[in-house]
Design a binder for this molecule. Structure first.
Ligand code: S3P
Length: 173
């Protein structure tokens, strides 16, 4: 089985994904990093020179490429759910886990980051307001929703494993 982490930027998909991959001894795939490696440039540069649509196309191509992967944890870019085609692919590839974080916390976490092109265009509060309208329902379609507030990546990863595999999963992993 594959586990796909979805949610807004800053929700901890990469950190929790790495932890999950370690606990389950699964392969870790981060879609943003895969695209950056493939293009030999950063997501910020792709947005700057190619535009958002170009990046979304790369996400779709990548999902097709990894669609036969097994036993992987896939941390996705926050906007991957925007395309219907991607949503279908994600559904086919694995169990989607939405890491839900209150927007106030996301804003706090992302206060000083420079590598999120979409946050450079407008005030972050306004960007998130718009994104919430567009994305909340898309994220909430996930097989599993985890409220991550104030807990460590290890605790969250353990909860995801319990939810998806076994409610009796050993807390001490
Ligand atoms: C995006 C989120 C980013 C990255 C790109 C666009 C978005 O990934 O894919 O900047 O549209 O929310 P993270 O969610 O890992 O920050």
């Amino acid at each position: 089985m594959n586990i796909i982490l979805i949610g807004f930027m800053g929700s901890g998909k990469t950190t929790i994904g790495r932890k999950l991959a370690h606990l389950l001894e699964y392969t870790f795939i981060d879609t943003d990093s895969e695209i950056e490696d493939d293009q030999s440039c950063s997501v910020t540069e792709i947005f700057k020179y190619g535009g958002e649509e170009c990046f979304r196309e790369m996400e779709t191509r990548l999902l097709k490429k990894i669609s036969n992967t097994q036993n992987s944890i896939i941390a996705t870019g926050g906007g991957i759910v925007l395309r219907k085609e991607n949503r279908k692919l994600l559904q086919k590839i694995g169990k989607r886990v939405y890491l839900r974080v209150p927007v106030e916390e996301l804003l706090q976490r992302l206060k000083n980051v420079q590598n999120r092109p979409l946050l450079k265009q407008q005030k972050p509060e306004l960007v998130f307001q718009k994104m919430q309208k567009e994305r909340n329902l898309l994220y909430e379609d996930a097989e599993c929703i985890i409220d991550t507030g104030q807990r460590s990546p290890h605790q969250i990863a353990t909860e995801i494993i319990q939810e998806l595999y076994d409610k009796e999963y050993d807390h001490n992993l």
